[in-house]
Design a binder for this molecule. Structure first.
Ligand code: ZN
Length: 291
């Protein structure tokens, strides 16, 4: 009986060890499994973090490309930055209106205002108006001129396509089509329709709307200084074949200081600068299209 009892205890002890072994093995297996799982999860998390980081970097690069400044360098001029707006839009201050490039008879600029500076007393009210954006630069130009003894006035500013049509017909009846075509725009082709062009004169009306205006101190001062206020002498001497117009030392077009300065430094007309501007516009477009 003693032996029997001892043997039973012995068996129970063995069973206990076995159970303990099993529990231990299971615990080791389970903790190993979880450790493995955690490792997997951590690795997947790392991969996900990496993908998110790469995607964010790519998005940041795209955003940077879209906002990347684009410059234009005209021959002989300092480079200048292209504004973000689309300058092919008719309302843009860089828009090109020329003998070959119409703004369209339907176009009417927004925000036409009567400028703060003086106009020729004989100019009709509608023809005194300008785009609001040039009111301040005009005031500054006139004030700077005044400081140096030049008293300016506007001879003619905004013209509607209908008014331009009347003018052109009048000129044709006076001097014939061929002559009229050299100094007057066809309706829909006049810069005056943009509200950004002004015919300037001095209050004395010396050489009013005549080529001899460039020989006056006032005309000379304008030719040398108007660009500093964003105005471009649009139809210069020697560029008649390019602009399609006779030399008009009184006709100034607002294009903003950056472009007016570059045009002044390079000696190019807006027509000649246009291909450089179009290239820059293409760059802007392709930068914005980056995906
Ligand atoms: Zn003009």
């Amino acid at each position: 009986m003693k032996v029997k009892g001892k043997s039973r205890r012995h068996r129970a002890g063995k069973l206990g060890i076995l159970c303990f072994g099993l529990v231990l093995a299971t615990a080791v297996a389970v903790s190993g499994y979880w450790a493995y799982q955690e490792g997997e999860i951590a690795e997947k998390q790392q991969q996900t973090d990496k993908i998110i980081k790469q995607a964010n970097a790519r998005l940041a690069a795209i955003e940077a490309k879209k906002k990347e400044p684009v410059y234009i360098t005209l021959p002989g001029a300092e480079k200048f930055q292209v504004p973000a707006e689309n300058y092919e839009e008719p309302n843009n201050i860089w828009t090109l209106v020329s003998k070959a490039r119409a703004i369209g008879v339907e176009y009417v600029p927004s925000e036409l205002v009567t400028p703060s500076v003086s106009s020729h007393p004989g100019t009709v009210a509608s023809e005194k108006k300008v785009r609001k954006i040039i009111d301040e630069p005009l005031t500054q130009l006139f004030a700077a001129a005044q400081k140096e003894g030049h008293s300016l006035m506007i001879g003619s500013a905004y013209r509607s396509a209908a008014y331009q049509e009347q003018l052109f017909a009048t000129y044709v009846s006076r001097v014939g089509y061929e002559q009229a075509d050299k100094y007057s725009a066809h309706p829909g082709f006049s810069e005056h329709q943009t509200g950004l062009a002004v015919d300037l004169s001095t209050t004395s009306q010396q050489c009013y709307l005549s080529e001899c205006f460039i020989g006056t101190a006032d005309g000379q001062w304008l030719a040398e200084n108007a660009y500093k206020f964003g105005f471009n002498l649009r139809y210069p001497k020697g560029k008649e074949a390019i602009t399609g117009y006779n030399f008009e030392p009184w006709h100034y077009r607002y294009v903003g200081v950056a472009l007016a300065t570059a045009l002044h430094e390079s000696g190019l007309t807006l027509d000649e600068a246009w291909p450089y501007m179009e290239t820059a516009l293409q760059t802007l477009r392709s930068n914005r299209a980056v995906q």
